[in-house]
Design a protein around this ligand. Structure first.
Ligand code: ES4
Ligand code: ZN
Length: 324
């Protein structure tokens, strides 16, 4: 199966932390532009750190690199870089996560972040015809009150957001902590998604559905540990945004051949393929599709997952029809 065949499939990317698309070269050039020092000598030394033991060891590096993102132009350049790549890979629609609480801690107001990202999305639409939007993620290992305040700070501009999500360190931070915040997001007319069952237990997937009313689960791979959770995902048609290369790099899965995606797909769960943090995990969306082709997924199966990604997106029905 050729890369071109995989590129040609109309696809949506539904699980992308835009800060995770920060390549080392761009990180150093933004650091220089902003008069900041990164704690690495050069691009090669930074790349050498891309060896992770688990989610937390990745998050430590990810948050360190994010400190170079300071201005509206930084966020625009970051997202435009991603969109150019996405266009080459046949991505027609993208729903981008961002972490405003982390940027606020670096002194960057949420409006600056959103304006930069929205400006890139506008350019992506006119230049490449890529549709999409922003999903504001709450960092689950920060206080719930910080998440609530962040949501209120954007309540006047919910038209600039598709929805809210929940990310960062999972174990020990159950979804139920964020029940009131997600209820408020629902009142504001926002879509809701959450990372669950990446490193955390299958029970967090159920909790996200029942207490946070999420419409999709990000990762969700530990669902395979519970037949009841698998049955719920199939029955309620809850899509999963699976990130195969990410799971291998963060050692949630030993190797691609042992990835739970096969069980999920065969059981009839609506699965989609995504990159998560492509600069850090050795691949963008098409690299994920291609790696799966290398462990015996057929073009027909991969095409089903690509179609799932369009159907599971928050694009308008008219746009979905156009892309299917
Ligand atoms: C993340 Cl791979 C992953 N998991 C949870 N939170 C994240 N934030 C950025 N990448
Ligand atoms: Zn993620």
């Amino acid at each position: 199966m050729t890369l071109d065949a995989l590129r040609a499939l109309p696809k949506a990317e539904l699980h992308l932390h835009i800060e995770g698309s920060l390549e080392p070269e761009l990180a150093f050039s933004l650091a220089a532009r902003n008069g900041l020092e990164l704690p690495f000598a050069d691009v090669d030394e930074l790349r050498e750190r891309y060896e992770f033991a688990d989610l937390q060891s990745f998050l430590d590096l990810y948050y360190a690199c994010m400190t170079v993102l300071r201005t509206e132009a930084d966020f625009r350049d970051l997202a435009l870089n991603y969109l150019e790549r996405a266009h080459r890979d046949g991505i027609r629609h993208v729903e981008m996560f961002f972490d405003p609480q982390v940027h606020a801690a670096n002194g960057v107001p949420v409006d600056v972040v959103m304006d930069g990202l929205l400006s890139a999305l506008e350019a992506g639409l006119t230049r490449f015809g890529i549709t999409g939007g922003l999903i504001l993620c709450f960092v689950r290992d920060l206080p719930v009150a910080s998440a609530a305040a962040t949501l209120e700070s954007v309540a006047h501009r919910t038209g600039d957001l598709l929805g809210v999500g929940l990310d960062s360190a999972e174990v020990g931070y159950p979804p139920s902590l964020f029940e009131a915040v997600f209820a408020r997001a629902g009142e504001l007319g926002l879509h809701r998604v959450a990372h669950a069952g990446e490193e955390g237990p299958a029970e967090y997937i159920v909790e996200s559905c029942e207490r946070l009313n999420v419409e999709r689960i990000d990762h969700g791979i530990r669902a395979v540990e519970s037949q009841a959770v698998m049955d719920m995902l199939v029955r309620d048609r809850i899509p999963l945004t699976v990130c195969p290369l990410s799971n291998v790099r963060l050692r949630a899965v030993e190797h691609l051949g042992a990835h739970p995606l096969r069980q999920l797909f065969d059981a009839g769960v609506i699965v989609t393929i995504n990159s998560d943090d492509p600069a850090y995990f050795g691949g963008y969306v098409v690299d994920n599709y291609s790696a799966l082709a290398g462990v015996d997924y057929t073009l027909r199966e991969l095409a089903t997952m690509a179609r799932n990604s369009i159907a599971a997106s928050f694009a308008s029905e008219a746009r979905k029809t156009e892309l299917q």
